[in-house]
Design a protein around this ligand. Sequence first.
Ligand SMILES: Cc1ncc(COP(=O)(O)O)c(C=O)c1O
Length: 432
Amino acid sequence: MSNLDQALGQAIDRYRHARPASERIFNDATLVLPGGNTRSVLFFAPFPPAMVRGEGCWLWDADGHRYLDALGEFTAGLYGHSEPAIRAAIAEALEDGLSLSSHTAREGALAREVQRRFPAMELLRFTNSGTEANLMALASACAHTGRRKVLVFKGGYHGGVLAFAGGGSPVNVPHEWIVARYNDLADVLQRVAPHRGELAAILVEPMLGSGGCIPGEVDFLHGLRMLADECGALLVFDEVMTSRLSFGGRQALLGIRPDMTTLGKYFGGGLSFGAFGGGADVMQRYDPRHSGALQHAGTFNNNVLTMAAGLAGLTQVLTAEALDALNARGEALRARLNALLAERGVAMQFTGLGSLMQMQSLAGPLRSADDLAAGDDRARALVFFELLARGVFMARRGFMALSLPFDEAACDRFAQALEEVVSAQQAVLPRR
Ligand SMILES: Cc1ncc(COP(=O)(O)O)c(C=O)c1O
């Protein structure tokens, strides 16, 4: 057994022994949920911690451990766990009753706030998740163009049935996919060439999120805009994660106007949310005043709690300044962590943009999902368990999304914890 395997085994043993309550909760759940789990991304062996409480940027597990929450609910927890404006809006909405069976004033108000940030969404509709938003965007593109093929990218993630890690998944919806390499226009052009007249949509994340926080290069994303125009296909920007990178998302930073945009995560104030929208020519097809209008259903599309929480967050908390400050904090933290790893000669790095980042177990340049294959996941696992032991929580794969309450002191704490881990495990972590 290598030293790294041994160190990882010991870290996992320490983790397990310190969390009997979490293990019990997990074991009980395995009797009714496959692998004790109802959301695949949350599982890691031997069992994930069961969380019982959150406040600000802190979490507590069932075993009484407190963690600095660097995961931020995979970006949906942008506001932290107890934003007062959001709690007040939810409490107020509760007073008026939960399921009102009709239009309310709230959905129009929330849609106006979303559109103010994303003017390319001339008309939009709400869904219950980012997955659903992407399903609807693709269905809209196929209906609008009368075509079936969709260009996506290896390593892309647009929902559980729209997942392209490794190129695809047996549970993906059956669109006619063309899967190209991210950040590689030559590969895109070659794969699309035989199908230019059949392409309904290009679905792309402006930064691969789940696929490793690999930013889309500016020329690549502009190239996709041009390709969509040339082919008569719709360019769909999945900004479910990247919308937080500025007031108008990454599309505003890039100066690219996609034909359709999909959103999710924090826009519902921490409650389940999704939205798809774009040019009026596409979206007015859903106008039920017109004969032959397309159907877009969803019992909870305008549920009052999400509408109220989302509106409170956007109107009272998430100013352009607050977002810019958070992303600047993320940039600074990433630079600091990378400087530490470089200084200690550890072949690891944090990739990403703004407040979104991912710990990688290799040091070189990363442009596409294939480039990640050379990383040693055992090193990342070791750092993950060692950070947990020091009260720092991130995704097992190394993903982090800072929340608004994750302030300078939290950044200091995180950097200090990583420094301790590197000092303790320097001998077994990969060297540059
Ligand atoms: C870029 C991207 N698109 C879509 C989704 C799916 O959103 P949801 O989990 O709300 O269905 C995710 C979720 O992580 C995502 O990161």
